[in-house]
Design a protein around this ligand. Structure first.
Ligand SMILES: Nc1ncnc2c1ncn2[C@@H]1O[C@H](COP(=O)(O)OP(=O)(O)O)[C@@H](O)[C@H]1O
Ligand SMILES: [Mg+2]
Length: 251
């Protein structure tokens, strides 16, 4: 499998009121193409911080991040913004969309930032909306007229519209109930089955079960790692494997 991201000696510190806090401590990690990588750990463990450093949303204090062959830690913030736009897709707990526009127009706007071929973007958008089960009718609604789950699924379409090298998701079901949360997780599974590489940060077991590689973060380092088969529905065996792993990790 090809490496899409390779981080070495990653350190991330923050200055909190004059006190230096090191959240990521000399961490190495490789991310592979087509994996659904899940980053777990307790609240405050540094999961989001690690994801931000791997995705170029933030720069590490020290260390290197080679992303698709380029050292993103050597880029200026302008270069990094351009790089992110064409190589990364982001999904957060909250969906930040332009609220005077329809779901479709939000997605097309994001697509046009990278690709000037409107016909092609429209075709890609329609295909993705179909994959995430949003109807022609729904995608023409304004963002403030749809449910949280529908908005999040449209948010994933927006994140995936430019075929990013990697899709990054930070607690994407955190604001949803379990039914709509499941529909959102199904979208990630579908995209991953179609070849989309995904990194998802979560403290939710149900979300973690979707991954085929679970990384556990503790004390600023990778404390353990679990490999699973690709997700093919919930099973007792899969559940047990994750539970045993998490118990080992001191979850
Ligand atoms: N922008 C920031 N400024 C200062 N401290 C931060 C910042 N982001 C994160 N931290 C610190 O890093 C710790 C870990 O944060 P985070 O990566 O969000 O944890 P997690 O996602 O695992 O819950 C926080 O408890 C906080 O102390
Ligand atoms: Mg977080």
């Amino acid at each position: 499998m090809d490496k899409i991201i390779s981080a070495k000696n990653l350190v991330k510190s923050f200055d909190n009121g004059g006190i230096k806090q090191t959240i990521i401590k000399d961490l190495d990690i490789d991310i592979y193409e087509n994996d659904f990588t899940v980053i777990m750990g307790s609240s405050g463990a540094g999961k989001s911080t690690l994801m931000y450093c791997l995705s170029g949303m933030d720069l590490p204090t020290d260390g290197t991040v080679i992303f698709n062959g380029k050292d993103i830690t050597k880029m200026s913030s302008d270069e990094l913004a351009v790089f992110r736009r064409s190589n990364c897709g982001f999904v957060f707990q909250q969906v930040y969309m332009l609220d005077k526009m329809s779901l479709l127009d939000n997605v097309l706007t994001a697509g046009l930032l990278i690709n000037k071929n409107k016909k092609e973007i429209l075709k890609n958008a329609k295909e993705l909306f179909e994959k995430v089960n949003l109807s022609e009718h729904t995608i023409r609604k304004n963002v403030n007229k749809v449910s949280g789950g529908e908005a999040q699924r449209a948010g994933i379409v927006r994140a995936a519209i430019n075929s990013p090298i990697c899709l990054f998701a930070d607690e994407p079901t955190g604001a949803l109930n379990s039914e709509t949360g499941n529909a959102v997780l199904d979208v990630f599974t579908t995209l991953n089955n179609d070849g989309q590489s995904i990194i998802m940060v979560t403290h939710d077991k149900k979300s973690a079960l979707r991954g085929n590689r679970i990384i556990y973060l503790k004390d600023g380092k990778i404390f353990g790692e679990l490999k699973l088969d690709k997700y093919n529905g919930d099973s007792k065996e899969r559940n047990d494997k994750l539970n045993m792993f998490l118990e080992d990790m001191g979850w």
